[in-house]
Write a protein that binds this ligand. Structure first.
Ligand SMILES: *Cc1c(COP(=O)(O)O)cnc(C)c1O
Length: 384
């Protein structure tokens, strides 16, 4: 099956008992045994559930991997991967990862004896330099949140494999519609299915996909041992969203490029970060390894925090909200929202300036999105 067909059909077959074309929601905690020791493949929903199994088969198919395991959130999926490591192990991580990922690493996993080095993984030589004898994993995001830095998956996979360790890619921003990490050598692909994969702002979920049967067994063992599993209903909603992934990502990418070009030409905007723009430092790598550039943009307003705040309060169509990757356009101001807890100096050192705005461009008519930004930028200019 080709990719677009995989999105609609992978892992899904008519329900054997009724012929229902949509897999039913198996909202059941437990399963009756035929006799002692004889199940129909399911015994307790923390361990496995038919609706979750259908979603796992669909996600593995769409990502082009052999196996998938679903978790209650993107964060619990990240946690499941990291729990395969042990006290004393070291991880090399992208320096601009999702805030929740660095929070988990720095405030919880370090207490369990793991250590982390953050480097700009857009520069592979920095990854090589950060390697230690006890480095067990390279964890990257590409493009990153919120600065949209791009890393070369193929080069980083080679660096990991030279050392006999794994490369894990948080591919939430790109999705399998735009980036195929396994084809470039990645060992583990992780998604916050909350974002583009489900796509409709209805659920919180995560997934880990791999071709390694032992790693897959470890992921399913964690579902059973720890229990951070998604509900059957959330799995079912994710399945419904996944069927239009190819169509949505094409539209997110088309709208994203148009909005990025509009912002780059705007007098009120100091700088735009979008991997699809020629001005983006990772454009060449993004163009080679991706088949589109997604709907995520970050941009810097002239006038710093006052202008940023004014813009946020002036938008009408764009929703002022912390998530991303859904059909609705959403706008976030890292300095006052997602990264408000990061000390100002650290924030600025990371390039998260006070005027930085993150936009998750939705699939509305692009002219309406641009008209909303235009009226809000006029108001933001007065706040300078
Ligand atoms: C949202 C997000 C996560 C965390 O996922 P949740 O579903 O919110 O737990 C991890 N990585 C990236 C890149 C994200 O955008």
């Amino acid at each position: 099956m080709r990719f677009d067909t995989q999105c609609v059909r992978a892992g899904i077959s008519p329900d054997p008992s009724t012929g229902a074309i949509v897999p039913p929601i198996f909202q059941s905690a437990t399963y009756v045994l035929e006799e002692v020791g004889k199940t129909k493949g399911y015994d307790y929903t923390r361990s496995s559930n038919p609706t979750r199994a259908t979603l796992e088969a669909a996600l593995a198919g769409v990502e082009g991997g052999k196996y998938a395991a679903c978790f209650a959130s993107g964060m619990s999926a990240v946690d499941a991967v990291l729990r395969t490591l042990s006290s004393g192990d070291h991880v090399v991580c992208s320096d601009d990862v999702y805030g929740g990922v660095s929070r988990l690493f720095n405030t919880i996993l370090t207490r369990h004896g793991m250590s982390f080095s953050y480097v700009n993984t857009s520069q592979p030589e920095l990854v090589r330099e950060a390697m230690r004898p006890n480095t067990k994993l390279i964890w990257i995001e590409t493009p990153t949140n919120p600065l949209l830095k791009v890393s070369d998956v193929e080069v980083l996979a080679k660096i990991a494999h030279e050392r006999g360790i794994k490369l894990a890619v948080d591919s939430t921003f790109a999705t399998p519609a735009l980036l195929r990490p396994f084809e470039w050598g990645a060992d583990i692909v992780m998604h916050s299915t909350t974002k583009y994969l489900s796509g409709h702002n209805q659920i919180i979920g995560g997934a880990v996909i791999t071709n390694d049967p032992d790693f897959n067994t470890a992921m399913h063992y964690q579902q059973k041992a720890i229990g951070a599993v998604p509900s059957p209903f959330d799995c079912w909603l994710t399945l419904a969203g996944l069927k239009t992934l190819h169509l949505r990502m094409a539209r997110h990418s088309a709208n994203g490029l148009q909005v990025a070009r509009y912002l780059e030409a705007h007098a009120q905007v100091a700088r735009v970060s979008y991997p699809g723009l020629e001005s983006h430092p990772g454009h060449a790598v993004a163009k080679r390894q991706m088949s589109g550039f997604s709907g995520m943009i970050s941009f810097e307003l002239k006038g710093g925090i006052a202008a940023g705040r004014a813009l946020m309060n002036a938008v009408k169509l764009c929703s002022l909200a912390e998530s991303l990757g859904a059909v609705e356009t959403m706008i976030t101001h890292p300095a006052t929202m997602t990264h408000v807890d990061v000390p100002v100096a650290d924030r600025h050192a990371r390039g998260l300036t006070d005027g930085l705005v993150r936009l998750s461009v939705g699939i509305e008519d692009c002219a309406d999105i641009i008209a909303d930004l235009e009226q809000a930028l006029v108001i933001a200019a007065r706040a300078r």
